[in-house]
Design a protein around this ligand. Structure first.
Ligand code: AKG
Ligand code: FE2
Length: 361
């Protein structure tokens, strides 16, 4: 016995989907979703106005120079739990460069990518690195996507050996992108706090200098049968907040509306997608909702996305803000430690359930 058991259980080591897609005529059975759960590849069209917010019109201070823009943010969050952010201050050329190096990583030869594998010694799974999500059971439905997780903040938690040396500008670009995203997130969190009647620093202070930010580079290869698989199963993010740089050439992201219908998230060039995470739902005692979303694949085209997950320091506890709990609106979520919540996320992702349901009262 090796102790990890993976050698006796080869199903625990999932294939690289990029390699699979290059060779198969149809997705293997492990990827095929039960008939009743299969996605409609063409989602419903979002009604106008689409959730779009100009961040240059928002202020982190208590005054609001453009109340109309704040109203748009409120409406977007109420209807969808997410919005497309323009006026975020990143030049289109910089956004394009970040996208290019993300795509460039997946174009590297197999051996180069494998240097960053998330399987230690080819067997033991860890969150960080390149590969697939953890496989917990033989009958788990696998997602048609490869991914690469890297901790980008704080400095003390970065694993430098996992920062790619190829493409050559990858690491510098990601560092710069991380710093720019942090400013955007602080502005958005200040506005979200104001919207629910909290002090403007309430959420920002939850993401102190020990808070951990993960970057996840997703790669969805073309798929011969997009209506039978998920690029990414329905889920909500276990983060405080999430910022996504989406491919502006191929759609695929869908969000579930209050009516349970799946809507396509529209593509707006150079916009960033920002969504509420489970932690803000808990902290706001349910006033802000973490949206359930999924990704569908494309018959001909590959798609990439770069996702930044902002999470609290692992030992920090997550619970509704006392200011938002009273007799009329009792606490709706149990207290949990950040690290336990994140561990739960990976289990629930594998099972296709929701971590949030475990802490709901
Ligand atoms: O690829 C996308 O557009 C979204 C990815 C996502 O939801 C995630 O990585 O949690
Ligand atoms: Fe997500």
């Amino acid at each position: 016995m090796t102790g990890d058991g993976n050698q006796d259980q080869p199903w625990k080591i999932p294939p690289i989907v990029q390699e699979l897609a290059a060779g198969v005529q149809a997705p293997p059975s492990r990827y095929v979703v039960r008939e009743q759960d299969r996605p409609d590849v063409a989602g419903a069209v979002m009604p106008e106005p689409i959730p779009l917010v100009d961040l240059s019109r928002l202020s982190a201070a208590s005054d609001d120079p453009y109340p109309d823009e704040v109203a748009k943010l409120r409406s977007a969050l109420q209807s969808w739990g997410l919005f497309l952010a323009v006026g975020h201050g990143m030049e289109p050329s910089f956004v394009a460069e970040m996208m290019n190096v993300t795509k460039g990583f997946y174009k590297l030869p197999r051996e180069e990518k494998q240097k960053y594998s998330n399987l230690v010694n080819g067997r033991e799974f860890r969150i960080e690195g390149y590969g697939n999500d953890i496989v917990l059971s033989e009958n788990q439905t696998l997602d048609w996507c490869d991914r690469f997780y890297i901790i980008v903040e704080p400095e003390s938690r970065k694993v430098h050996s996992l920062w790619p040396t190829q493409p050559p500008t990858f690491s510098d670009t990601l560092r710069e992108y991380t710093a720019r995203c942090r400013e955007i997130v602080n502005l958005v969190l200040a506005n979200m706090a104001k919207l629910v009647g909290l002090h403007e620093r309430y959420f920002v202070d939850m993401l102190d200098e020990e808070a951990v930010t993960y970057a996840r580079l997703n790669y969805y290869p073309h798929c011969p049968e997009p209506d039978r698989v998920f690029g990414l199963k329905p889920h909500s993010d276990a983060s405080v907040i999430t910022v996504v740089l989406i491919d502006d050439t191929v759609s695929g992201l869908q969000v579930q509306g209050d009516d349970s219908v799946w809507y396509d998230v529209p593509i707006v060039p150079n916009a960033l997608l920002i969504n509420v995470g489970d932690v803000i739902e808990i902290l706001s005692n349910g006033l802000l909702k973490s949206p359930v979303h999924r990704v569908v694949t494309n018959l001909e085209r590959e798609r990439v996305s770069l996702v930044m997950f902002y999470s609290m320091e692992p030992e920090k506890e997550i619970e509704p803000a006392p200011e938002l709990v009273d007799e009329e609106r009792p606490g709706r979520y149990r207290k949990t430690k950040t690290k336990d919540y994140i561990a739960e996320l990976f289990e629930t992702l594998a099972r296709g359930t929701r971590a949030l349901d475990k802490v709901k009262i």
